[in-house]
Ligand binder design. Structure first.
Ligand code: CP
Length: 302
């Protein structure tokens, strides 16, 4: 992992996942350590973010490093027509590590190819969100005590949802059963289903979320993403496809945990928030420890 960019979850191996999980656990127990003193991390966010950017920045601050960057490309020289290549080549002069979110699929890989410092993909369009995936793995491991043989429901926008694409690929190492719940228009793309077929992993597709959730270990809910639709009418038709309510969790398994990468719009009713099976806010906190682990591995500090 040292000095390597992290662009896709498949850049890391099963052993790497476990190293990150163990190191995240170490940082959860000791979150404040001055091991990043003298290091500068640039956060370049060409798309909005709350959790990813702020948890990276919180992680750096707790480790004694410094953060530079922008939260809106309009405040950078991109607004004057500067290319992504020139932006990255310049920022790499100022920082030891670049964390970038960009709406274009493949932009993070391109940035890593031109950059002289490692790049961490903080989300590229509908493609990948590997640090979210690693914090999801940490959250699943913490709550289930294992990553093996779990029954995982992925719910919502499975077509454009980059978090579910990364999670599917990572969890495929651990013999899961997947249940995909989505409207027909937002089904899991064939390329991911073909990957599961090749690995002999069982998956089932549903258009409804009802009795079937009784056997779930993890329900991973995602938002229907307005910003990914070219026709706003299509979004209006699909936006309320699923709303998980507290009463639906009756008779579900004791160990079930509800995850969501957030932000939530209305796909999980607020009446679920007080249920002990709701785990999405602790999951967001796990982002700090996991990102501490990722950055210190890449910088060769741990
Ligand atoms: N989970 C996630 O990526 O959230 P943000 O868009 O707020 O960063």
């Amino acid at each position: 992992m040292k000095n390597k960019s992290l662009i896709s979850i498949s850049d890391y191996s099963r052993d790497d996942y476990m190293e990150i999980i163990e190191l995240a656990d170490h940082f959860e127990k000791n979150p404040v350590q001055k091991i990043m003193e003298g290091k500068v991390v640039a956060t370049l966010f060409f798309e909005p973010s709350t959790r990813t950017r702020l948890s990276f920045e919180s992680a750096v601050n707790k480790l004694g490093g410094k953060v530079i960057g922008f939260t809106d490309a309009a405040s950078s020289s991109v607004k004057k027509g500067e290319s992504l290549k020139d932006t990255i080549l310049t920022v790499a002069q100022y920082a030891d590590l670049i964390v970038m979110r960009h709406p274009v699929e493949g932009s993070a890989r391109y940035a890593s190819e031109v950059s002289t410092v490692p790049v961490i993909n903080a989300g590229d369009g509908a493609n990948q969100h590997p640090t979210q995936c690693l914090l999801d793995l940490y959250s699943i491991y913490k709550t289930q005590g294992t990553l093996e043989n779990l029954n995982i429901f992925l719910v919502g926008d499975l077509k454009y949802g980059r978090t579910v694409h990364s999670l599917l690929q990572a969890m495929s190492n651990y013999n899961p059963t997947f249940n995909f719940v989505s409207p027909k228009q937002l089904q899991m793309p064939n390329e991911y289903k073909l990957q599961l077929d090749e690995l002999g992993i069982n998956y089932y597709e549903h258009e409804e979320m009802k009795e079937n959730i009784k056997h779930a270990d993890i329900i991973y809910v995602t938002r229907i993403q307005k910003e990914r639709f070219s026709d706003p009418m299509d979004y209006e038709k699909l936006k309320n496809s699923y709303i998980l309510k507290n009463k639906m969790l009756k008779d579900t398994k004791e160990n079930l945990r509800i995850l969501h990468p957030l932000p939530r719009v209305n796909e999980i009713h607020v009446d679920v928030d007080d249920n002990e099976k709701a785990y999405y806010f602790p999951q967001a906190l796990n982002g700090v420890f996991t990102r501490q682990a990722i950055m210190t591995k890449i910088l060769g500090l741990k």
